[in-house]
Design a protein around this ligand. Structure first.
Ligand SMILES: O=P(O)(O)OC[C@H]1O[C@H](OP(=O)(O)OP(=O)(O)O)[C@H](O)[C@@H]1O
Ligand SMILES: Nc1nc2[nH]cnc2c(=O)[nH]1
Length: 553
């Protein structure tokens, strides 16, 4: 038997799951909630449970989120029969799943025949077949798998070692048929942390330490690489997978479209001529070529920006890289080099951003094309948080804030411009009255990166000595802005300084910021709406979402 982490209180775990402020718990629950968002009421969702920390954390999050969404949640334990005590372990794990409130909980025994392909591949095939079979028999619409970002990094490393192409280096997809992997954005450390916070036992499979297995070798190699190349290597490999998947999907879609419009050859209806297909793929070449030449977005129009944000000249930036360009520019700060005057088409206004700004005001002529209010919704790729969810959350936060500051001299401080919506709605939801003041700040003369040192463009109008200051923000991303503002305000002798933010990106944090009230933890994606802009557009959207690719093209 592998290492078993002690089982103590089986019940009441979900309440003790670390609470909404326990970052790993919040990140995992959010990831699971997002994966379930498209389910119909009363759907049955199963978790594939090995009994390890990853799948136990997933099971715990599913057990907590499913009832809120009106879903049924169960678990399947596949007994591979590879360990002498595997059936006992399966029974123990099933008991833990039932203790979480999952129902039904099933154990399926499979036979692993490694002949010709090795134990790992044979066990995987047997497992997926068993999971699909149980899902079909029980009428489940989804099976959740507990692969984490660390598994993804190992997968990519194995692909690199094999010399694989883009599709294989794209790693494990988050969705394939009835299978979903909600935890690809969280780490193994996070799943353990949730289990510990929830007092939830798990066991470590001894096969995970057996160097006979390729995956174990990859895990060890990654640990070595981490020592040599730095701690970001896992995240970087997982990011590579994400980028390549989008590229590969896009190429596939183009190839499919080209194939579909290619007339059948004389050889028969099912075979297509090759030559037109290649020609039809040329637009893709041009699309990427245009981007690399800096014409896809005005932010890329100058060579220095292209180098900093879209890759080196001549390189083809991945699709994701283009999508995140505004954010990269926000990080990069103003372009210090002189610009060549030129006229470029632009979507959105040419007004410069104020804080940790994207770019200095352009000295060139820019033809501006504003976005119609009606276009804004259409420009969204996906809505992460609806207007209703925002308002419900702000009501909840306002209640807590009012309780905290009852009878105290509270000052609300908004940070321009993004926080205007949150401030407006939070103030209206607050059952107590409090004065408001505003700050505007900008990144402080940094060369290529935001150093977190910011310059005050507009200071507070009032003295905050002895006051309880609550900073109201739209988003905490790297945390650099907020940690600076908090330190700055704290130096002015207030009675207290706390932060309330609608959004936070746990995976983007560069510095720890103690945020007392968080509306939603969101994935590390560039978001717009509800005060958040892209080139000063989309602030007026009532919901928060990500932009569709056409906006950036
Ligand atoms: O955690 P960080 O990485 O520092 O990012 C967070 C900051 O970014 C946003 O402002 P932005 O610079 O986009 O300006 P805006 O509010 O004027 O849109 C937001 O309002 C935060 O202040
Ligand atoms: N619009 C926008 N501004 C930001 N500032 C920091 N993070 C973000 C983000 O995700 N979107």
């Amino acid at each position: 038997m592998g290492t078993v982490h002690a089982d103590t209180r089986a019940g009441e775990r979900m309440g003790a799951m670390g609470g909404p402020r326990h970052r790993p718990t919040a990140a995992i629950r959010y990831a699971v909630r997002s994966a379930l968002a498209d389910r119909a009421t009363d759907d049955l969702v199963l978790v594939a449970l090995s009994g390890g920390a990853d799948s136990m954390a997933l099971a715990a999050a599913l057990a907590a989120e499913a009832p809120v969404l009106g879903l049924r949640a169960g678990a399947v334990i596949v007994d591979h029969g590879l360990l002498t005590d595997s059936s006992e372990l399966a029974r123990t794990t099933a008991g833990r799943a039932a203790g979480l409130g999952l129902d039904p909980v099933e154990i399926v025994s499979v036979t692993v025949d490694p002949t010709g392909r090795g134990v790992e591949a044979a066990a995987r095939d047997a497992r997926y077949a068993a999971l699909s079979g149980v899902a079909e028999r029980l009428g489940a619409s989804l099976v959740l798998l507990g692969h984490t970002r660390d598994d993804q990094a190992e997968q990519v490393l194995l692909g690199l070692a094999r010399g694989s192409g883009a599709r294989s280096l794209a790693g494990m997809p988050s969705v394939r048929g009835i299978f979903r992997r909600p935890l690809l954005g969280v780490t193994r450390g996070d799943t353990r942390s949730l289990c510990e916070a929830a007092n939830l036992p798990w066991w470590d499979d001894p096969m995970n330490d057996d160097p006979a297995y390729l995956r174990v070798k990859a895990r060890r190699a990654l640990a070595d690489l981490e020592g040599d190349l730095g701690p970001g290597i896992r995240e970087a490999l997982a990011r590579t997978a994400d980028q390549l998947r989008e590229d590969a999907d896009h190429l596939d879609a183009l190839a499919d479209a080209a194939y579909a419009t290619t007339p059948p050859s004389r050889e028969g209806a099912n075979r297509r001529r090759r030559q037109p297909l290649t020609r039809d793929l040329l637009p893709l070449d041009r699309w990427v070529g245009r981007a690399a030449a800096g014409r896809a977005h005005p932010c890329l129009a100058t060579a220095p920006h292209r180098g900093r944000c879209a890759g080196r000249p001549g390189e083809r930036p991945a699709y994701r890289r283009l999508r995140s360009t505004p954010h990269r520019l926000a990080r990069a700060g103003p372009d210090p080099r002189p610009r060549r005057p030129e006229s470029v088409p632009i979507r959105g206004s040419d007004r410069p951003r104020t804080r940790l700004g994207w770019a200095a005001p352009p000295t060139r002529t820019v033809r501006s094309r504003a976005v119609d209010a009606a276009d804004m919704g259409k420009d969204l790729e996906k809505v992460l948080i609806t207007e209703e969810q925002i308002h419900a959350k702000l009501e909840e936060l306002a209640g807590e804030i009012a309780t905290e500051y009852a009878g105290k001299d509270l000052l609300l401080v908004g940070v321009l411009k993004g926080a205007v919506m949150v401030m407006a709605d939070l103030m209206r939801a607050l059952p107590i009255s409090a004065p408001v003041d505003w700050m505007a700040v900008s990144s402080y003369g940094s060369g290529t990166k935001s150093s977190g040192v910011v310059r005050i463009l507009k200071d507070l109008d009032v003295d905050i000595t002895g006051k309880h200051v609550l900073i109201v923000e739209d988003i905490v991303d790297s945390g650099l802005t907020l940690s600076w503002i908090r330190a700055n305000l704290a130096s002015r002798s207030p009675a207290s300084v706390e932060i309330c933010t609608l959004l936070r990106k746990p995976d983007a944090a560069k510095v720890e910021v103690d945020v007392k009230w968080v509306g939603f933890d969101i994935p590390n994606e560039f978001v717009v709406g509800y005060g958040l802009d892209y080139a000063e557009q989309y602030r007026g959207l009532r919901q928060v979402g990500t932009l569709a690719p056409h906006v950036y093209s």
